[in-house]
Design a protein around this ligand. Structure first.
Ligand code: ADP
Ligand code: MG
Length: 763
């Protein structure tokens, strides 16, 4: 299978994609600033920035927007940037370096946090000690000691906030660093004045000892650092699943050279055509075709299916899977970025960088959030000064700092990306590839699921079980000609006919012309004969007028597909093909019905066949004998009735329906076009992946909703409380320290809530 993303914008003339690492972003408003900076570069078509992955994805015209212009634009906005190389190996090195930088960042953050936490405890105790020992209240030394303890926190531990705020200010922006810096600096500066210039307060008729806010500034710095530390650590974990996938690959492979010599070769040096030996317990180095030997291979890491798969000569093997029982040799067909594993990783990373609609809105809100918060903070401080009880300046200060601190929009920036990263990663580990965040959104609303039959609900390896010769020439010659006509078709039925011929020792010849008629059959010229193979209608239209119903009905009642061949306008032969339903198909359908969904079988096959299969699997409704364009029409009609339709299919003939449906689900063993068109790919082809994917989508979206709720509750609902709106009624005024704790808690809650998706049940 080849996984490709939807060939929409990328295929456009002259448009290329770049991926950048962006450093220094701390919240949703940073995301908006970087996006604006990138979109402002001439030649940039689209830019999407993700806070959780710290990546920017840009679509641009390389002639007008060179990479350096992107980096410059981001730097001008006050952040760091690095364009990721498209080359896999180079990129791996860059990403390794990036991880090292992140680890160093986390280590420094931890040191700053420890210092702040250790100093905050005595500051808090000493600040409150006057409640117990009233003689402390007016002791000057108390202010000096507090100053000594609080200063390292303000000047060293809080340094990253200052750096962020200064760089934002230099670019005319404000972000969460601004809020923290202004809030804590205000508290700290007022305390310093009260400590060293008490007369300033006496002059205003105030008592300076009431204005020692060192506890506020240190506790806030410590708490915000706790939040940031936990958040950075958890954020690094959200993409573990994908990183685990990417790390699956073997490091070396045992290559057998022409003379029979064996050589251990580094994975990067493997080439297409090499013959690789795999022993039990080894990881298959790359994708290939099994030449000799047989074994059971554990493909669960790629397909999510736990049972090992039996492999024999002619079967495909996949890099990254684990060989269990036997030794075999395979010929390398794909290396590096072309392998299935590399494509899966790329696909999932793509999806993780994409955004759901709601996040775009959140980003916009966040960009105007900070200035508004400053407005609210000033207004409430002013209101306190004018209308507040004594000491009104003290209340004003408390409200000002609390509003600034509570309003940090960092949780808002993490709410959706963390959920999407964990959700899609979880899907990937179960063989469910979700190509974009939009697919998740579409999946949630689905109420009808339409299935293709062959290859989707059935194994897709039909076998010829009966043959009736209707031609004047010998049976074997007819079968050979029909098989030749099918030689170039990718349809599973075609392969079955070719196999039946080879099983009889016949060798089909190359057709001189070939045309596939999706949903009907094939038309080919074989050794000068005009040959049609396909369904009964096709045969009737091309010279098989009196096709008896007896044999047709007999096989079709048993769920067997009947193919009819005509040669030069004369009856040729009739083939009955049996295909078994997938073992898990029944379960999948039963599960979907339990979820309250309507199921539908859309098949190009004869009505009797489709009905027989539907009965066996337990599917509700059948639409048979539909051509590919009719599959699309049926879906469109359902949509017009107000349904949200998912289409599950594998064939060329399913591609239009997959594109038309609200959610296209392709079977990973299917054709490339189906996979390219779909929104979700089930790698192993297990139909139970459909209910699992729908469940995962529901869970992910409800996680997003919960996250946004928590982020907004903290951010918005507590602002009025912080401003003192409840004070006149209840006497409550939010302490800035509580505000800092709430804010740290909201980020941690959001990330932890997303991480729960890693273990949520999909059954
Ligand atoms: P499904 O929807 O069940 O996957 P298709 O739409 O692919 O089925 O095909 C519908 C019918 O068209 C088949 O049952 C068969 O009769 C005929 N057909 C399609 N492709 C071929 C082919 N390559 N050779 C012969 N018959 C074909
Ligand atoms: Mg099919």
């Amino acid at each position: 299978m080849t996984v490709a993303t939807k060939p929409a914008s990328v295929e456009e003339e002259g448009v290329e994609r770049r991926e950048l690492v962006v450093t220094g972003m701390t919240c949703a408003s940073c995301v908006a600033s970087v996006e604006d900076a990138l979109r402002g570069v001439a030649g940039v078509r689209a830019a999407d920035v993700n806070l959780a992955t710290e990546r920017a994805r840009v679509e641009l015209d390389p002639a007008r927007a060179p990479d350096s212009s992107l980096v410059r634009a981001i730097e001008r906005a006050g952040y760091g940037a690095l364009v990721l190389s498209a080359d896999r190996a180079e990129r791996a090195v860059m990403e390794k370096r990036e991880r090292a930088v992140r680890a160093a960042y986390l280590a420094t953050l931890r040191r700053r946090l420890i210092v702040a936490a250790v100093l905050a405890v005595p500051v808090l105790l000493l600040s409150m000690a006057d409640l117990a020992f009233s003689e402390l209240t007016h002791a000057d030394w108390r202010g000096y000691v507090l100053f000594l303890l609080a200063t390292p926190v303000q000047l060293w531990s809080a340094l990253p906030f200052y750096r962020g705020a200064i760089s934002a200010a230099r670019h005319g922006r404000t972000d969460m660093n601004t809020l923290i810096v202004v809030g804590t600096t205000t508290a700290y500066a007022v305390s310093v004045v009260a400590t060293f210039f008490p007369q300033a307060f006496f002059g205003l008729g105030l008592e300076p000892h009431r204005f020692l806010y060192y506890d506020t500034s240190t506790t806030i710095v410590a708490l915000v650092l706790v939040g940031r530390f936990l958040e950075s650590r958890a954020r690094a974990r959200t993409s573990d699943e994908v990183r685990a996938l990417a790390a699956l690959g073997a490091k070396t492979a045992l290559v057998r050279r022409a003379g029979g010599a064996e050589e251990e070769v580094a994975i990067e040096r493997l080439a297409v055509g090499d013959v690789v030996i795999v022993r039990p317990g080894e990881i298959v180095a790359t994708d290939g075709l099994l030449l000799a030997g047989s074994s059971a291979v554990d493909e669960s890491m790629v397909t999510g299916e736990s049972l090992p798969v039996e492999k024999a000569p002619g079967d495909e093997v996949t890099g990254g899977t684990l060989n269990r029982t036997g030794t075999f040799r395979f010929r390398v067909t794909k290396v590096g970025a072309d392998t299935l594993l590399a494509q899966i990783v790329r696909l999932v990373e793509d999806a993780q960088g994409s955004k759901v609609r709601i996040q775009r809105l959140v980003d916009r809100i966040a960009s105007i959030f900070v200035p508004i918060v400053f407005g609210v903070a000033f207004a409430s401080a002013l209101a306190w000064v004018v209308f507040g009880p004594q000491p009104s300046l003290g209340y004003a200060l408390t409200a000002f700092v609390a509003v600034l601190i509570i309003a940090c929009p960092c949780a808002l920036g993490l709410a959706t990306p963390t959920a999407i990263i964990v959700g899609t990663g979880r899907g990937a580990s179960r063989g469910i590839l979700i190509k974009s965040a939009d697919a998740l959104e579409a999946a949630r609303a689905i109420d009808v699921v339409a299935f293709d039959k062959t290859g989707t609900l059935t194994v897709g390896r039909p076998e010829v079980v009966d043959y009736m010769n209707c031609a004047g020439i010998g049976e074997n010659e007819v079968i050979r000609i029909l098989a030749s006509a099918e030689l170039r078709s990718e349809h599973p039925l075609a392969s079955a006919v070719v196999e039946a011929a080879t099983a009889r020792g016949l060798s089909p010849s190359e057709p001189t012309s070939f045309e596939g008629l999706p949903g009907q059959g094939v038309h080919a010229t074989v050794d000068g004969h005009d040959v049609w193979v396909g369904n009964a209608d096709l045969a009737r239209a091309h010279g098989f007028a009196d096709l008896g119903d007896g044999m047709l009905a007999h096989h079709q009642e048993k769920g067997r597909t009947v193919l009819v061949g005509t040669i030069d306008g004369e009856p040729g032969g009739i083939l009955a093909l049996a295909d078994t339903p997938k073992a898990a198909a029944r379960d999948a359908i039963a599960d979907l019905r339990r979820m309250g969904l309507r199921t539908l079988l859309l098949s190009g096959d004869a009505r009797r066949v489709a009905e027989a299969i539907a009965r066996e699997i337990g599917i509700d409704e059948v639409r048979a004998e539909v051509r590919p364009d009719q599959k699309t029409e049926i879906i469109a009609r359902l949509q017009a009735e107000g349904h949200r339709v998912a289409m599950v299919g594998d064939g060329v003939n399913d591609a239009p329906a997959l594109a038309r449906a609200d959610l296209g689900v392709a079977i990973g063993t299917g054709t490339d076009i189906a996979i390219a068109t779909a929104d979700i790919v089930l790698v192993g082809g297990d139909p139970r992946g459909v209910p699992r994917a729908l469940r995962l989508a529901r869970r992910t979206l409800s996680t997003i909703r919960q996250n946004l709720f928590w982020a907004f509750v903290y951010n918005v609902a507590l602002i009025p409380v912080a401003a003192g709106a409840l004070f006149p009624f209840t006497g409550w005024l939010l302490s800035p320290m509580l505000a800092a704790a709430a804010m740290a808690l909201s980020s941690v809650t959001v990330v932890t809530n997303s991480l729960r998706l890693r273990t949520v049940s999909l059954e």
